[in-house]
Design a protein around this ligand. Structure first.
Ligand code: MG
Length: 382
């Protein structure tokens, strides 16, 4: 099953405002958008009425206002989204641990392993959909299928508050008629190439001649034909816990393609993890960067350090380098850092080229910051 919150940021804001006696913004011309003062802020989420006015996610607020002058704009609220997201995944984890969180508002749930406990999957999907609404106040779409790809496609069919199936024997009737650009995993440039080849629907692609496509898609050819046929063998990968490492991943508010923005997130994560290490009196010897792109492809790139560290700046520097080295420019939706090979000491090997004074200063700075955080709380330093 693929479970996806309808208009997540807007719905969550609506639920929060309702508690404060506000009208339900889900039924008004409303959007969530960044920095209104600049008018360059982009729309992160829209209500159904706003959508009917033609407002699209990722368009500028300036352009959205032209389509709908009476638009209400609400700022994004990361803390609220994290809290709502956590509540959702907690509710689901009451039923199974086999949940793969793919972004702040969606996850896959492997029902096969618990079907003998809860019975018919469609009934179950309706039950949890309604439970989410009753307990948390927002609606979700649930897609049910034999694999992740089709479940993801199914949850996207019609919205909101719907359960859809896309079983193997439904691929031809429910998925093939859709435009090829709606096929999950086909990016903009591939969609354009396919259009140029007169491949318009998913069916056209499913039945396309592999040798004809090969010059354009090379070693991806079989893959894109497979997905058009609803073939996908990816497993649901649930979060594993390992006490020998610590990690933090951060699902982004939208798909990031700007390296500076991504580095800012890496900075926050580095500071958080280095603080955790120092609280436990530990050092790490391996640093890994976790990247999940907009197609849910997850990759991890790691490096082993000569000297173990718990310094935030060093972790930041290494993780940004790893990221830069390995990023294929596909917009990303999740970024994280994992610190491995934790030790209790740092037998430090002094490098000939290192400035020892600078290192001591950095360590002292970290100590001072930690002291302030412990005394006044995490948010004291911005
Ligand atoms: Mg969603």
């Amino acid at each position: 099953m693929h479970i996806d919150v309808n208009n997540a940021f807007l719905s969550w804001t609506a639920v929060d405002l309702l508690k404060k006696g506000h009208k339900d913004i889900r039924y008004e011309y409303a959007v969530i958008a960044g920095d209104e003062s600049k008018r360059t802020g982009i729309v992160l989420a829209k209500s159904t009425p706003a959508k009917k006015k033609g407002i699209k996610t990722a368009e500028t607020l300036y352009s959205a206002r032209k389509k709908c002058p009476y638009l209400s704009v609400y700022p994004p609220n990361r803390e609220l989204y994290d809290a709502m997201s956590k509540k959702l995944f907690q509710l689901l984890s009451n039923y199974t641990i086999d949940i793969e969180v793919v972004s702040i508002d969606e996850c896959f749930l492997d029902y096969t392993k618990v079907k003998n406990i809860y019975g018919d999957e469609i009934k179950f999907a309706y039950k949890i959909k309604d439970e989410i609404y009753r307990k948390l106040g927002f609606t979700v779409n649930i897609g049910i299928a034999n694999n992740k790809l089709c479940a993801k496609m199914a949850s996207d069919f019609t919205k909101p508050n719907k359960v859809h199936t896309l079983y193997e024997n439904e691929v031809k009737t429910k998925m093939w008629p859709l435009s090829v650009e709606d096929l999950y995993g086909i990016g903009k440039s591939s969609a354009q190439k396919l259009q140029n080849l007169n491949i318009k629907t998913i069916k056209d692609l499913a039945l396309a001649d592999k040798t004809m496509l090969y010059p354009y898609f090379k070693n991806q050819t079989q893959h894109i034909i497979d997905i058009a046929n609803g073939i996908d063998n990816e497993e649901v990968v649930s979060q594993k816990t390992d006490s020998k490492c610590i990690s933090t991943t951060y699902t982004l508010l939208y798909d990031y393609d700007d390296i500076n923005e991504i580095n800012k997130e890496l900075k926050k994560i580095s500071n958080k993890l280095s603080y955790e290490l120092r609280c436990q009196n530990k050092y790490c010897q391996t640093i890994a960067v976790i990247i999940k792109d907009m197609y849910f492809k997850t990759t991890t790139h790691q490096t082993r350090l000569k000297n173990s560290t718990n310094n935030g700046d060093i972790i930041y520097e290494i993780s940004t380098n790893l990221f830069k080295e390995h990023w294929d420019l596909t917009p990303i939706r999740l970024i994280g850092i994992r610190l491995d090979s934790l030790t209790n000491n740092n037998d430090y090997q002094i490098s000939l080229f290192e400035n020892i004074e600078e290192r001591c200063e950095k360590d002292n700075l970290d100590k001072t910051l930690d002291y302030l955080r412990k005394k006044y709380g995490n948010d004291i330093i911005k």
